[in-house]
Every structure is written in structure tokens, then in C-alpha cells.
Ligand binder design. Structure first.
Ligand code: GAP
Length: 435
């Protein structure tokens, strides 16, 4: 079985990711995060927020509405040009992105293997990715609105609000984590290209003359963060966009790419120098002055924007892939402990001895005040270990007959499978220190 198939199966079996609306046959490009998936995703987002907002003095946070005045999307250029080239297979009428040669080739090969001699494609036409909806009870052009295609537009339209309500001075950044929606022509590659996803975006406002220096700084900073989550150094790299592939607003764009098995190097995070394009266009369309006046020099200018932007699901998938380990005895997720959905799982050795269960419950309730802990009293201990290994739980704590005598428990390490006897009154410090 290919590694990705194993990960998809594990993610479903262990409550990380389920196909969206599976009960009704699913819906392409939408996935649901199960109990363990939502913990992992929250830990990723928490780590990003910590690094990008709380650990810094020059970034503030924001949570803007998903649905905005449709003029936002006209001004940003999304209504006219947030498009992908769409081509249709003339054999089966399935549609694909014309700019993804590997997918076109794979589909063409599939038909050839089925015995089709010639596989033709329609001329590519542009397809707009914005999801449309209507605000209020009347469904016509006057109530048309869009689900946001990227979170950063909510930051630009709040630039003045943040400037006037917070004690910030350029250079500074506004960070946001939130849902984005794209009606992708070909969602696929599991969580890689989906239609509903979360973005973690920073818009960092700088003086135009400092843009290049800040751009270099953020590139390095973002790579450092990915490595700090445990991604392997040789699985990530930078790639600069060719001028032909750069978005219309960008003067320079680099991707941090991840080497996904089967698909190869693909974009994990994009870092762009968006110049003054966004503030300038929103200024023009709204009729408001979005320039900044430097209180020290009195210079007035429109700041440039440096934007690192990463999708939670792409990173979630990369982390699962990097963490997945197997040997002849077991499969386990070697997640960084602070990212793991469960920090410690508590087991009574057997479930039918009330004294053991009661003692284990007291350990469980005590640790629950400090960490995310799980409970399992089903089956034998070996099977419980295997289940926790697949969730990536770094430590399993077993309460046994000796616990009743000496108040110690067995702590089993996920990575080494080594077991250690630890006294209950040291357990919190023991786990805390390793975490
Ligand atoms: N504001 C800039 C922007 O949205 P982008 O390169 O289109 O730029 C940024 O998207 C990041 O969002 C990507 O690097 C990727 O991690 C994530 N992303 C974009 N489209 C996605 C999709 N269809 N499914 C999952 N993640 C996606």
C-alpha cells in the first residue's frame, strides 16, 4: 500500500479526517476534521499565533467577517481575474486545470490504457474560483456576495481601523487565521487542494524602501517555524516564482515547498511582496485615503505589504506525512509532543477492578487540569498502546497493582516504547519537562 493511502486510512480510522458529508455520498473538495484532527489543527494554529502574534511586539491579530461587501472583491481583482484555466476531456467530459500538466497527462494515460487511441481536450477557458451567495431574502445582482477567496482582504479593509484603534506604527503586521473558499476546478490530492480551507496569513506593512529586506527576513523566519514544528529539513525548500506565474499584485514571490510523496515538490506556503497594490486599489475604489503618515518624519506614503500565507490543511497533511513511521510491529505518528492531539493517555491495567479504575480516574482527572489527556480501558494494554501510537500520543500511563502499593505508574514512551516507573506526585513535572 502506498504511504499516502496508509495515511488516509489511518486518518479516518483514528478520528483525524473524514470525507465531508460522507453519509450522503460525500462532496468533492470538502473534508471534516474528527476529534483528533481538530486537536492537531488547533495545535498548529496555536503555534502559528504564538509565533506570529504573541511572541512579537510588531504584529496584532484580527478576525474579519467571511462575507464582505462585494466591492472588496471587485477592487481586489478577484471578480475579474481570480480564475484558473479550465479544459475538458472530450472523451469523458471530466474537467481539469489546463495549467496542471501532470494531471492532464495522468488522465490522458488512463484513457490510453483503457484503449482510447486519441484523447483530445477542449480549448482552455478561464473559470472564476469565487463562491457566490446572496445576502438577505432577495436573490439578484443587488444582493450578490462572495465567500472570501483569501483572508488577507479582510486585513486590508481594516488597515485604517487598526491604525486608529491600536498603538501601532509602520513597520507592523496584522495576522489572521480563518476560512477561505475556492471553487477549485479539480480539488484533489486529499487535503492538498480543497474547496474550503483555513489560511494563516500575515500582512506586514513596511516602508517601500524596506520591503526587500523585510521580505528576506520573513522568508527565513517562516522556514524556521516550519522546521520548529518538526518538518524534516530535506523535505522543505524554497522556490522563487517565475515572473509568468506571479500573481498580478506581486513584485516577488517565493514558495516554501514540501516534498509530498507521489506528487513531489508542491507549494506549502507562499511568501509575496505585494507592493502597495492592495492598499492603493482599496483606496481608489473606496475613495478613502489609505496612506500612512510617519509620526517621526511626517513622511506620507502607502506602505508595501509582505505576506506569508499558509493553508492549515496543507501543513496538517505535511506533518502527518513526516510523522508517519512504521516497522514490522506497529505504525506510529512521531508528532512533536506539543502538536499531538493527546499528550498522555491513562489506562487502568484492567477495567473490572474498581480499585484500579478509581485510582486511574484520579490520575486522569489530575493530569486533565494541566494537559490534554485521553482515557482507554478497552482490550489489552498492547492494543491500547497501538491505538495511541497511531494517534501520536507521546506518553501512555498505566495504573497497575503496584500503583496501589507504592503510588507509582508505568509511563511508556511512544518513540522508544521504553517504560519507566514514575511516582504519581512527579508525573506532572515529568510530562511537563518532556513537553
Ligand atoms: N493571500 C495570498 C493567497 O491566498 P495563495 O498562494 O493562493 O495566496 C496561500 O494561497 C496558501 O493557502 C497556499 O500556500 C496554500 O497553503 C493555501 N491554499 C491555497 N489554495 C488552497 C486550496 N485549494 N486548498 C488548500 N490550501 C490552499
Amino acid at each position: 500500500m502506498a504511504i499516502l493511502d496508509k495515511i488516509v486510512a489511518l486518518a479516518k480510522r483514528r478520528g483525524f479526517v473524514y470525507p465531508g458529508s460522507e453519509l450522503y455520498g460525500g462532496i468533492g473538495g470538502f473534508w471534516d476534521y474528527g476529534p483528533n484532527g481538530v486537536e492537531l489543527a488547533n495545535n498548529i494554529k496555536r503555534s502559528w499565533w504564538q509565533a506570529m502574534v504573541h511572541d512579537r511586539e510588531d504584529v496584532v491579530g484580527l478576525d474579519s467577517a467571511i462575507i464582505m461587501n462585494p466591492k472588496v472583491w471587485e477592487a481586489s481583482g478577484h471578480v475579474s481575474s481570480f480564475t484558473d484555466p479550465l479544459t475538458e476531456c472530450k472523451v469523458c467530459h471530466q474537467r481539469f486545470r489546463a495549467d496542471q500538466p501532470d494531471e492532464i497527462e495522468a488522465h490522458t494515460d488512463k484513457h490510453r490504457h483503457e484503449g482510447q487511441k486519441s484523447v483530445a481536450w477542449t480549448e482552455a477557458r478561464q473559470f472564476n474560483l469565487l463562491f457566490r451567495t446572496f445576502v438577505g431574502p432577495v436573490e439578484d445582482n443587488s444582493s450578490l456576495a462572495y465567500l472570501r477567496g483569501e483572508t488577507c482582504q479582510g486585513i486590508y479593509v481594516n488597515f485604517l481601523n487598526v491604525l486608529s484603534s491600536m498603538r501601532v506604527r509602520v513597520p507592523f503586521g496584522i495576522a489572521q487565521i480563518g476560512k477561505a473558499f475556492r471553487n477549485e476546478v479539480t480539488p484533489g490530492k486529499y487535503l492538498f487542494r480543497v474547496r474550503e480551507f483555513e489560511q494563516m496569513e500575515l500582512e506586514f506593512f513596511v516602508h517601500p524602501r524596506e520591503a526587500t529586506e523585510r521580505f528576506t527576513y520573513w522568508k527565513e523566519e517562516r522556514l524556521r517555524w516550519h522546521l520548529s514544528l518538526g518538518l524534516q529539513k530535506d523535505h522543505v525548500r524554497f522556490r522563487q516564482h517565475e515572473s509568468t506565474e506571479r500573481a498580478h499584485y506581486a513584485a516577488d514571490s517565493w514558495d516554501i515547498e514540501y516534498d509530498y510523496p507521489e506528487w513531489g515538490w508542491k507549494e506549502l506556503e507562499g511568501i509575496a511582496n505585494r507592493t502597495d497594490y492592495d492598499l492603493k486599489t482599496h483606496g481608489k475604489w473606496s475613495g478613502k485615503d489609505l496612506s500612512y503618515s510617519d509620526p517621526l518624519t511626517n513622511e506620507r506614503y502607502i506602505p508595501f505589504v509582505i505576506e506569508p500565507s499558509v493553508g492549515v490543511s496543507r501543513l496538517f497533511l505535511a506533518l502527518l506525512i513526516d510523522a508517519y513511521k512504521e516497522d514490522d510491529k506497529r505504525a506510529f505518528l512521531q508528532l512533536k509532543p506539543s502538536l499531538a492531539p493527546v499528550t498522555a493517555a491513562i489506562f487502568p491495567l484492567v477495567a473490572n477492578k474498581p480499585q484500579l479504575v478509581e485510582k486511574a480516574r484520579s490520575v486522569y482527572h489530575f493530569l486533565k487540569k494541566h494537559f490534554v489527556v485521553g482515557w482507554d480501558d478497552r482490550g489489552n494494554i498492547g492494543k491500547r498502546y497501538l491505538a495511541q501510537d497511531e494517534i501520536g500520543t507521546p506518553w501512555c500511563v498505566t495504573v497497575d497493582y503496584d500503583t496501589l502499593k507504592d503510588d507509582t505508574v508505568t509511563v511508556r514512551d511512544r518513540d522508544t516504547t521504553k517504560q519507566e516507573r514514575v511516582s504519581i506526585d512527579r508525573l506532572k513535572e515529568y510530562i511537563g519537562a518532556k513537553l
